[in-house]
Design a protein. Structure first.
Ligand code: PLP
Length: 391
């Protein structure tokens, strides 16, 4: 007879690149009874989710709903709908997720031009112009918050750049949405997607997407059918929109959890939430640098919800992460791709962005480093406390 052990996961403190800690109310929402997905009460809930997402994305876009899938499904959905085989796509690639955007673009059959940049630095308008070399593009796609490097792009400056190439502007907002300003309408973003398990503080499994009226026009003008049936946004839209035409079964409990996460977020207030993420990130930076650790990214290009820290010479970085998990039940991330073994990634996202976590991760990281005979410069907490005293 085959028997499986009951699953009783420990309570981890999730300070990596995601998933992040869920607010307790959000987890509780998932235990509520299943309704049919065409039940009028569920349909009303779907409408509230769309309203909440518009507020979160700061947009009037009619198309705003979650794709049933993780952040990558939103990436795939936006690209497969806005691009046709042979279309020219310009992509900023200065990290792992930029590379994924380019890869999906190629699979969609687009002619992809990569704007290559150093991992750990932001790409600027000049980098895009140089790579574009005077050509026109169907779309310009970039990652707003590159979770693999801890760099934030100046998304607000990109509308003008995309216009120079006659391009739609597509942004990956997986790590930034709900953690720092994302202004879809003000910044003129045509297509954006995110994920629920980062700054929205909900379980993984949904990917909020939004398309501008201009993106919808481009969708309507396609010469070829969208090659993915599941991600065909015209079909998904009639399911989430007025028609309620069955397309797939929305993951009921995930929708409950996203609804609760949005409710909490709007109760807190978007600006207050951005400020909370900023204060805790800056406090973390103060503590880490006081100890003598170096941050990968120059301050003005730093992403707030995720900080990349250089591994000091002679330190076994995986052993540090094991130490944190074993002694503190604390998870941080390691590096990806060319930064593997070279950095740690500390996330302060959603419900996890709080002072107690800043102090814990600074103290725990110091203990893990001292265990490997590292000489810390100072204790981190006085600098952290001094920072909070100023805000
Ligand atoms: C996490 C992440 C993704 C992918 O999301 P999944 O939920 O893992 O599919 C895409 N882009 C960025 C910037 C991310 O941080």
């Amino acid at each position: 007879m085959i028997t499986l052990r009951p699953n009783s996961p420990p309570v981890r403190i999730l300070l990596g690149p995601g998933p992040s800690e869920c607010a307790p109310e959000v987890l509780q929402a998932m235990t509520r009874p299943t309704m049919g997905h065409l039940d009028p009460l569920f349909v009303a809930l779907m409408d509230e989710v769309r309203t909440g997402l518009r507020a979160l994305y700061r947009t009037q876009n009619e198309l705003a709903f979650p794709i049933s899938g993780t952040g990558t499904s939103g990436m795939e959905a936006v690209l497969v709908n806005l691009l046709e085989p042979g279309d020219a796509l310009l992509v900023g690639v200065a990290g792992y997720f930029g590379a994924r955007l380019a890869e999906i673009g190629r699979r969609v059959g687009a002619r992809v031009t990569e704007v290559a940049g150093e991992w750990g630095r932001a790409l600027g308008p000049e980098d895009y112009r140089r790579a574009a070399a005077g050509k026109r593009f169907k779309a310009l796609a970039l990652v707003h918050g590159e979770t693999s490097t801890g760099v934030v792009a100046d998304l607000a400056a990109m509308r003008g750049v995309a216009d120079e190439f006659g391009a739609l502007l597509i942004a990956d907002c997986v790590t930034t949405l709900g953690g720092m300003p994302v202004e879809i309408d003000r910044w003129g973003v045509d297509g954006a997607y995110s994920g629920t398990q980062k700054c929205l503080a909900a379980p993984c499994g949904l990917s909020p997407v939004t398309l501008s009226p201009r993106a919808l026009e481009s969708l309507a003008a396609r010469k070829t059918q969208v090659s993915s049936w599941y991600f065909d946004l015209a079909l998904v839209r009639s399911y989430w929109g007025q028609d309620r035409a069955y397309h797939h079964t929305a993951p009921i409990q995930n929708v409950y959890s996203l609804h609760e996460a949005l409710r909490l977020l709007l109760e807190e207030g978007l600006e207050a939430r951005w400020q909370r993420h900023e204060h805790n990130a800056r406090a973390l930076w103060a503590g880490l640098t006081a100890m003598g650790l170096e941050l990968l990214v120059p301050e003005r290009e730093r992403l707030l919800p995720l900080t990349a820290v250089r591994v000091p010479a002679g330190i076994d970085e995986a052993r540090v992460r094991r130490f944190l998990l074993e002694h503190y039940s604390l998870e941080i991330g390691g590096g990806l791709g060319s930064l593997k073994g070279k950095i740690w990634r500390i996330g302060l996202m959603g419900a996890g962005s709080k002072r107690a976590n800043v102090e814990l991760v600074c103290g725990a990281l110091r203990a893990a480093l001292v265990e490997q005979s590292w000489k810390a410069k100072d204790y981190p907490l006085p600098a952290v406390h001094a920072f909070y005293a100023t805000v």
